[in-house]
Write a protein that binds this ligand. Structure first.
Ligand code: ZN
Ligand code: ZN
Length: 187
């Protein structure tokens, strides 16, 4: 684990109305997640603690959060929790398969509760927005590697990088003489 990564992401993900987790309808879309968290923690062989439940709840509401974002949220209900405890909880839940860790370029580790579907991620290189992308052909692994080097492939993890619609529009607006997509819509 690398504590040096802690907090590096701030400049890459300014608060925006598109911050993950603001859309309540998304948090209900968990496949095997009909069980309450306490039961799922217990079923995974871990002891149920209020710290673990708070971290899972935080990531349910704000997927793809970094440890410090999780800390901010968990402190609303557990004001005394330490950074160290949040890291410990994140790692134990990831090891138990209740969380998925996401390692994106130039970002501290991010976590999410959507673990079972081998989904991928699209990242805006401008504002840092992260969106889930369903597996390309609906089953894992969704990519057939040209060469497996003898490995039994279990997970395909694709990161698509590009400009989100907001950033593309902002860029078009900033370029004088270029008709923006919004103008085209209104005309
Ligand atoms: Zn963007
Ligand atoms: Zn995701």
């Amino acid at each position: 684990m690398s504590y040096s990564k802690y907090g590096m992401m701030k400049s890459m993900s300014p608060a925006s109305p598109h911050e993950p987790g603001r859309a309540p309808e998304q948090s209900a879309a968990h496949g095997a997640a009909s069980l309450p968290w306490a039961a799922r923690v217990r079923a995974s062989g871990l002891r149920v603690t209020k710290q673990r439940l708070a971290v899972l709840d935080a990531l349910d509401h704000a997927p793809h959060a970094t440890a410090d974002q999780v800390l901010d949220r968990v402190r609303q209900s557990l004001p005394d929790i330490t950074v160290q405890s949040v890291y410990t909880v994140l790692h134990s839940l990831t090891d138990a398969g209740l969380l998925r860790q996401l390692d994106l370029a130039n970002s501290p580790a991010r976590y999410e509760t959507r673990v079972a579907d081998n989904h991928h991620h699209a990242v805006c290189t401008e504002c840092g927005r992260i969106e889930d992308v369903a597996c390309a052909v609906g089953h894992a692994p969704c990519l057939t590697p040209a060469e497996t080097h003898g490995m039994a492939i279990r997970v395909a993890d694709v990161v698509y990088q590009g400009l989100c619609a907001d950033c593309a529009r902002r860029e078009a607006d900033a370029a004088p003489g270029t008709p923006s997509p919004r103008d085209a819509h209104q005309g």
